[in-house]
Design a protein around this ligand. Sequence first.
Ligand code: F6R
Length: 261
Amino acid sequence: MEIVILPDAEAIGRLAADQICALLDRKPDAVLGLATGSSPLPTYDELVRRHDAGQVSFAGARAFTLDEYVGLAADHPERYLHVIERELTGRVDLDPSRVAGPDGLAADVPAACAAYEQAIADAGGVDLQILGIGTDGHIGFNEPGSSLASRTRIKTLTRQTRLDNARFFGDDLEAVPTHCLTQGLATIMSARHVVLVATGQGKAQAVHQLAEGAVSAMWPASVLQHHPHVSVLVDEAAASRLQLAGYYRETYLAKPSWQGL
Ligand code: F6R
């Protein structure tokens, strides 16, 4: 796991966008894993800027979102498939038919979750997964207590996550769905490269546990310690509880430029 401490969210967005552009350059039909939420927005804005400047094309790519609320009406603006279209996929040359998410309106939830796993496998697996992290250490919506071996399934959101996300629902906690479908921790672990982005003091404890805590279902993101290729891009505030921050800084500064992330 490599931890990169950067000055601000824009610098994080540029470095994350560099990874996606380099991937699409060497593999135009790459499979991208996309997170919603606030953390990846600077990355997505940077990708749109580079797309508009003719520096990157998504035409051959495919994308899978991490998760979806259960029961939100098909036209609800906070459905994650709509969110990702607004934030990224609808702003670049990626055909909507090449973007998929778990079906939060499925009548047969287990079948829909199995179908989503199959769709990712049929696409050849995720090449690069963008992740945010919840204040409680969730990735996707794998809340504390999630099985480290979990695949796509239904989960109950914690009260903390619903409070954190109420800002997207007019600050009305009751409007935030109680359930979601989410890629499991093992699903996320199958991605070939994981790029996790986190900013702000509110993420500091989760980032510390992710990188330096014991691997535990209590801090689901800590499972990433078992992944061979994880890049964690954080700002100073999100890095503020890292015990080895000095070492991470030295390592990144001394890194040969050919090495990349
Ligand atoms: C979103 C997702 C979540 C978010 C996390 C952080 O698809 O899977 O894990 O990444 O809740 O959200 P923000 O970035 O809004 O703080």
